[in-house]
Design a protein around this ligand. Structure first.
Ligand code: ADP
Length: 239
């Protein structure tokens, strides 16, 4: 049987530049996997291919045993959270969360119910009538997460979601996302260039260098026994 998420020899080139190179990657259901590496190492491109915003040049991507790399984003059942969480300023929190459901013409009564449920999951129901400008950065990021959860996706993709927050808030949100991951049994693929963030949050870390995985292991193993000089140096930078 295939793993829950599988990249099978996936490459991606932009013009003559190959940014992801024959990637094999397997992620199990319920895992929290970080893609860690310096800027330009291909992490976002991998996430974009998983979400359906980019197509592989070669190879195949499977979700739950089904090949998905030819499917449009809306047929992939994934929630996506970016650093620039892009809430609509003129809409309330509830309207922001409802927006993706309205786009898919979900019936009005069901939308209301699902928005309530999603806001309840992140304990933000009391803020539902506020505008984004009336929320803190952390609250805005939680709303962006809620908008990703409203489809009740089995996979959440996060691209540097905490990059814009100050250190204290970032650490708080790391714990919150971790807790949500456990409580909801989500599979999370998390892109970061921050070693300590990957080490604290992940079940496994894939360390990227120039479009290839240098090492994929538990945080402890990566930390204690880096397999290449690149991994040792990259992990060592914050320590
Ligand atoms: P990371 O997320 O690790 O910073 P990216 O996946 O964003 O890396 O980028 C990997 C490389 O691919 C970079 O050199 C980037 O400039 C290039 N790249 C990404 N998207 C495009 C695109 N749409 N067109 C051309 N080059 C791109």
């Amino acid at each position: 049987m295939r793993p829950f998420i599988q990249f099978e020899s996936v490459s991606k080139a932009f013009g003559s530049v190959t940014v992801v190179n024959a990637l094999d990657l397997a992620i199990e259901k319920g895992e929290f996997v970080s893609l860690l590496g310096p800027s330009g190492s291909g992490k976002t491109t991998i996430l974009m291919m998983l979400a359906g915003f980019e197509r592989p040049t070669q190879g195949a991507i499977y979700l739950d045993g089904k090949r998905i790399d030819h499917l449009p984003p809306y047929r992939r059942q994934m929630g996506v959270v970016f650093q620039n969480y892009a809430l609509f300023p003129h809409m309330s929190v509830a309207e922001n969360v409802a927006f993706p459901l309205e786009m898919q013409r979900v019936p009005r009564a069901e939308i209301a119910e699902r928005v309530e449920r999603a806001l309840d999951m992140v304990k933000l129901k009391h803020l539902k009538d506020r505008r984004p400008s009336q929320l803190s950065g952390g609250q805005q990021q939680r709303i962006a997460l809620t908008r990703a959860l409203v489809f009740e996706p089995s996979v959440i993709l996060m691209d540097e979601p905490l990059g814009a927050l100050d250190k204290q808030l970032r650490e708080h949100m790391q714990l919150e996302i971790r807790e949500l991951h456990k409580r909801l049994g989500l599979t999370i693929v998390f892109v970061t260039h921050d070693q300590s963030e990957a080490l604290t949050m992940s079940d496994r870390i894939a360390v990227f260098n120039a479009g290839r995985i240098e090492q994929i292991d538990d945080p402890q193993v990566i930390y204690d026994t880096p397999r290449t000089r690149f991994v040792a140096e990259f992990i060592g930078e914050t320590n």
